[in-house]
Every structure is written in C-alpha cells, then in structure tokens.
Design a protein. Structure first.
Ligand SMILES: Nc1ncnc2c1ncn2[C@@H]1O[C@H](COP(=O)(O)OP(=O)(O)OP(=O)(O)O)[C@@H](O)[C@H]1O
Ligand SMILES: [Mg+2]
Length: 229
C-alpha cells in the first residue's frame, strides 16, 4: 500500500539570539493508509514541532514531507493549503475552536467550506458530536464547554471531512478514561471504514498501546517504541 505521508531526514533548530536549540535531527516517518501511529516523548522533545512540520505549518531546516505523493516542503503556501484542505485534518494541542460559533457550527464549518450543503453538513456534524458524547452540547460555544469537551469538538471537527490523514496533538490529554477510549474507538472505526491514517502525539502509554505502531521522539529522531513491560 502506498504511503499517505512520508517524512525524510527532518531537522529543525530554533535560534534565539546567541542560543541554538536543536529539536529534530534526522527524523523519518512513513505512514500508510489506515495506519494509526502514536508518537510519545518527553515534554519539550519536539512532538508538536514535528506535527506542525508534517502539516506544512512550519518549515524544516532540512528534509522533506510528502503527503499523498506531493511535496509539502517545496510547495508554495497556496499549494500547501490546498494539500491540507484536500488530505489532512489537524487537532491542535490547544484546540483552536472558533470562539463565536457553537460546537455544531465549529464541526460543520470545514464541510460547508468544502462546498457541502448546509443541511448535510449539520447532519454529519451532529452525528460526529453524538459519537464523542456531545449530543447535548450542540449549541454551546467553546467558552461554555469544559476543556475535555472542547477537545472532543476539535477531534470531531478534524474528522468531519474524512481526511486521508489526521494529525492530532494530545487529543485525549484532557479526557477521562471513558472519553479517551471513545475517541480512540472513533479513530479505529474511521481508519477501518474510510482508510483514514492517524498520527497521534500522546503522553499516555495506554493510548499508544492501542495504535497500530508507536515511536518515541528522542534526541531529535523517531525510534521504535520499546514494547511495554
Ligand atoms: N518557535 C519557537 N522558538 C524557539 N523555541 C521553540 C519554538 N517552538 C518550540 N520551541 C522549543 O522547542 C522545543 C520543542 O517544543 P515542542 O512544543 O515541539 O515540544 P513537545 O514535545 O510538543 O512538548 P510538550 O509535550 O510539552 O507539548 C521546546 O524546548 C520549545 O521550547
Ligand atoms: Mg507539544
């Protein structure tokens, strides 16, 4: 099966005045359709930086990211945005919901933007929100939701367009076990039903254990994660 995402030899350092901070140093990643990949690693090891580079939101100093066979790294910002809209979903570590819109509108938005009819978009948004146990919160705006509820809205929103690949930064970080398992189940059924691939950054070993494979980001590289004892 072909790779939906491939990242080769990614390196990234941040320069702050005199000081240089090497974050990535030759990280490689290949993700196939329907695969669910977990990335774990210490706080500050570069996980969010890596996801932003995979999504073409940050440029690596060295290396290349290809999404569905197209180079993200060498593309113009318009082409990158088109690749992202067509193929990717993204769940930020700090959710980035639109504050003035309801949960339902936040989830329906990417569908409406992609040209789907309003009623169909709302219907799909409603069923996705029900799947993350938020059927009773459709009309709530982000500030009227708890942290974990916002996170589930962000997951539902990223899934709305059935992307080829969904990148998620700590999507279960604020969730209790029951809701975390529900989000994981939703990912699993989506990877089976629509072939969506997932790259999920997590601190939770039990989340990583439920993925098809997992890596540790350490010393700027992605290494196979040792099997849990
Ligand atoms: N724009 C930036 N400029 C300078 N340094 C940065 C920048 N973004 C991130 N860093 C630094 O790079 C390192 C990696 O940051 P990153 O956010 O990728 O870590 P992380 O693995 O996601 O951590 P966490 O688990 O706490 O979310 C950190 O030490 C951070 O301070
Ligand atoms: Mg992070």
């Amino acid at each position: 099966m072909s790779n939906v995402l491939s990242a080769q030899n990614l390196s990234k350092r941040f320069v702050d005045g005199e000081r240089e901070l090497g974050v990535l140093n030759g990280a490689d990643l290949e993700v196939k359709a329907g695969e669910r990949v977990a990335i774990v690693g210490r706080s500050g090891s570069g996980k969010s930086t890596l996801l932003h580079i995979l999504a073409g939101l940050t440029d690596p100093d060295v290396g290349e990211v290809r999404v569905a066979g197209q180079s993200m790294t060498n593309a113009s910002s318009d082409v990158r945005a088109a690749i992202r809209n067509r193929h990717m979903g993204f769940v930020y570590q700090f959710h980035h919901l639109l504050p003035e819109f309801s949960a339902l509108e936040n989830v329906a938005m990417p569908l409406i933007v992609s040209g789907r009819a309003l009623s169909e978009s709302k219907q799909r948004a409603t069923s996705l929100l029900a799947a993350v146990d938020l059927a009773e919160r459709l009309g709530h705006r982000p500030h009227q939701l708890s942290g974990g509820e916002r996170q589930r809205v962000a997951v539902a929103r990223a899934m709305a367009t059935e992307p080829d690949i969904l990148l998620a930064d700590e999507p279960t970080g604020n969730l209790d076990r029951e809701n975390a398992i529900q989000v994981l189940r939703l990912m699993e059924s989506m990877s089976e039903d629509t072939g969506t691939a997932f790259v999920v950054v997590t601190h939770d070993a039990s989340v990583a254990d439920k993925m098809s494979c997992s890596f540790v980001l350490e010393d700027g590289k992605l290494n196979a994660r040792p099997i849990a004892q």
